[in-house]
Design a protein around this ligand. Structure first.
Ligand code: CTP
Length: 481
């Protein structure tokens, strides 16, 4: 192991109960005060940089649990990282080999729930492949699978390995799964080659971790341009958690058939509703997403969040699906652009021009059910109901009227006339109005960020006081194990 890393405590140094090993590192009030971090170390030469990294985490007030792969132990001694972190390093998942009791067997689960963030540094090509493939053959990989918190991977390997299509593919998969990826730095590599593959300096990793932890519920932190689903605080550490809550979201347009080849609809893409479903699932909710016709993929959610999708076409079908799922919902987010009218009769075969009299065609339309108003009428005790108002004129007055008349708790006002509002995949700008008179204007931002902010506000109604958090969710023991 390379020697001389700053801050490595002398072997045998006294580090009881999480105290700073060098006796002068302040704890508790720093940038990471009260945060629980998992540091996964895999076997690359850059593993030596984790000693100063642990020290930075500890100085900033974090509790740190180090998980090492077997090969990492060849590069840095578990005793070093155990001493610096104040917690025995974990490598094995099987109690008989770790020498601990059978309760140790589920430690990967409890650690995954305990942590606010899991950072894997260095992440070797082998460990990246295992993480991307969902392997669970070590304490590090099993905990990564169990973790409900954001995962940050910091790849480090030789230049040509880092450029290999298999490694790029695994990094892509991890990003798609919502992991944040900190790109490798460029420079001189252990092989003597020069290029990308170096583990970023501990200070840079520390800064990224601090940023992710402090902006955990804002929904936009990925410096590498990705807005990963997992780059959020875990649902159990979010102050406004929706864990154990059922959420119904409607999204997209409806399509009202005129004949087999024509319909009435709106330009809605479903982007806002899908983003709301994702934001709720990130907070641990079980989401039912009733979706009109849209090209969007169902949002993926890390457990315990979950999205179940119900596809519908018409306003009538959406009404039926909403009525089926609303009674059990704690929160209903009605983002669909429901057609207000549907043709009185849909022709069974294509309407032919020759069959019409003159150049005009008259369609007779019927009103569709107002789904939201119906849900408002039947709203169960304790349910929170949110609707949207898309207004071109007198926005605030119309939105407040709809809020009142449809018996809503919240309404989100936006306007297709504002630049960057309304339909489509672009950004959105909106005002959230509460039945209690609260109003909050959100400046223009991507729909995912807006959805996250809206769900964050609305979820305050479900906030569980810290005193009621079950013991099983509380932070784990603080003494070295
Ligand atoms: N909505 C609904 N069922 C309808 C029409 C609208 O559930 N048939 C819901 C929308 O999903 C939205 C809210 O009602 O959450 C307001 O929709 P909006 O189109 O702004 O207003 P309308 O109530 O349809 O009234 P108007 O078209 O007259 O503005």
């Amino acid at each position: 192991m390379p020697d001389g890393s700053p801050g490595v405590a002398p072997a045998g140094g006294d580090a009881p109960d999480g105290d700073a090993p060098d006796g002068n590192a302040p704890e508790g009030d720093g940038a990471l005060g009260g945060r629980n971090l998992l540091l996964g170390v895999s076997g690359g030469i850059a593993a030596y940089k984790t000693a100063p990294l642990v020290r930075l985490f500890k100085k900033a007030g974090a509790e740190v649990q180090v998980l090492m792969t077997e090969s990492a132990e060849r590069f840095v001694a578990p005793l070093t990282l155990g001493t610096l972190s104040g917690r025995a390093v974990l490598t094995e998942i099987f109690p008989e080999t770790s020498g601990e009791g059978t309760e140790h067997w589920t430690k990967h689960v409890s650690l995954g729930r305990w942590a606010d963030l899991f950072v894997v540094a260095p992440a070797t090509a082998q460990t990246l492949a295992k993480l991307a493939g969902g392997f669970s053959d070590s304490m590090l990989t099993a905990t990564a699978l169990s973790a409900r918190c954001p995962l940050l991977v910091c790849p480090s390997m030789d230049r040509d390995m880092y450029a290999h299509p298999a490694v790029r593919r695994n990094l892509r998969t991890l990003r798609e799964d919502g992991c944040a990826v900190m790109p490798a730095a460029e420079g001189e590599l252990a092989s003597g080659l020069t290029g990308a593959g170096r583990l970023p300096e501990p200070e840079a990793i520390f800064a990224r971790v601090a940023e992710m932890v402090s902006h955990g519920d804002e929904g936009h932190r990925a410096a590498d341009g990705v807005e990963p689903a997992r780059a959020e605080k875990s649902s159990h550490t979010l102050p406004h958690s929706l864990a154990d809550r059922r959420v119904l979201v409607t999204a997209g347009p409806t399509r009202e058939p005129i004949d087999p080849v024509r319909h009435l609809s709106s330009p809605s893409t479903g982007t806002m509703g899908f983003a709301l479903a994702e934001a709720a699932a990130r907070r641990g909710a079980s989401v039912t997403l009733v979706a009109g016709p849209t090209a969007l993929e169902t949002p993926r959610a890390a457990p315990p969040g979950h999205v179940e999708r119900v596809d519908v076409q018409t306003a009538r079908e959406m009404h039926a699906a909403a009525q089926e799922h609303a009674p059990a919902a704690d929160l209903v987010l009605m983002a669909a652009a429901v057609a207000d009218y549907t043709p009185a009769e849909a022709a069974d075969s294509k309407l032919k021009k020759d069959a019409q009299e003159g150049d005009d065609l008259t369609l007779r339309l019927h009103r569709t059910p107002d789904i939201l108003a119906a849900l408002g009428k039947e709203k169960p005790e304790g349910q929170c109901l949110l609707g949207f108002a898309l207004e071109t004129d007198d926005g605030p007055a119309n939105a407040r009227r709809k809020l009142r008349e449809k018996n809503l708790d919240w309404i989100v006002l936006n306007s297709p006339t504002q630049d960057g509002s309304g339909f489509g995949t672009g950004p959105n700008e909106a005002t959230l109005i509460g039945a209690d008179g609260r109003e909050e204007a959100f400046e223009q931002m991507p729909k995912r960020a807006l959805a996250d902010a809206l769900v964050g506000r609305v979820a305050t109604a479900f906030e569980v006081p810290a005193s009621e958090v079950p013991a099983s969710e509380a932070p784990g023991p603080r003494t070295p194990q």
